[in-house]
Ligand binder design. Structure first.
Ligand code: HEM
Length: 144
């Protein structure tokens, strides 16, 4: 019923899906959050949604993506000598940095102290998309 490697990869891919879902949705919530008055009922609702998305979905998912991704490299250590994993991990580090920025922006909104515009978050929303495309091409094609 599948090798250990298969099951570690299954959990790796599932955790990536939930992490990406949060990375696509949270900046979108920020876009709508800029459209309501700080301290308003709507703003409090957005703050609650952003807090729960980050705490209960995105944070556990980023930890699982790293743990099971690195576990795959322990099972096949040769991967560390391959360029595709180096490019992939650079993109994953940038993706993790973006996750951290989302956490900082969430805190600003919760404190009613966001100063960034709706357009800023619309552009920011594209970052995970671009990184995801590069990551998936690297891991499936393994060009180098
Ligand atoms: C967090 C650090 C990560 C590490 C160390 C890592 C490492 C790996 C490794 C070693 C594999 C196995 C490759 C193979 O069996 O051919 C793999 C598979 C995969 N990874 Fe990651 N990964 C990480 C994060 C991510 C992220 C963030 C994404 C997407 C956003 C991603 C997407 C995938 C996909 C789609 C596969 C399946 C590839 C296949 O079945 O051929 N990984 N990962």
């Amino acid at each position: 019923m599948g090798t250990l490697y298969d099951w570690v990869k299954i959990i790796h891919i599932l955790s990536i899906i939930t992490w990406m879902a949060g990375l696509f949705y949270l900046p979108r919530l920020f876009v709508y959050h800029t459209q309501v008055a700080p301290g308003s009922e709507a703003s409090d609702k957005f703050a609650l949604m952003e807090h729960r998305l980050l705490k209960y979905i995105m944070n556990p998912s980023i930890v699982a993506a790293w743990v099971f991704g690195l576990w795959l490299t322990v099972l096949i250590p040769d991967f560390w000598t391959q360029g595709w994993l180096h490019v992939k991990l650079l993109c994953v580090l940038l993706m993790s940095g973006f996750h951290g920025m989302c956490a900082a922006w969430r805190k600003k909104f919760a404190a009613g102290a966001n100063r960034k515009s709706e357009t800023y978050y619309r552009v920011a929303n594209e970052v995970p998309t671009i990184l995801l495309i590069v990551i998936v091409v690297m891991v499936i094609i393994k060009p180098f």
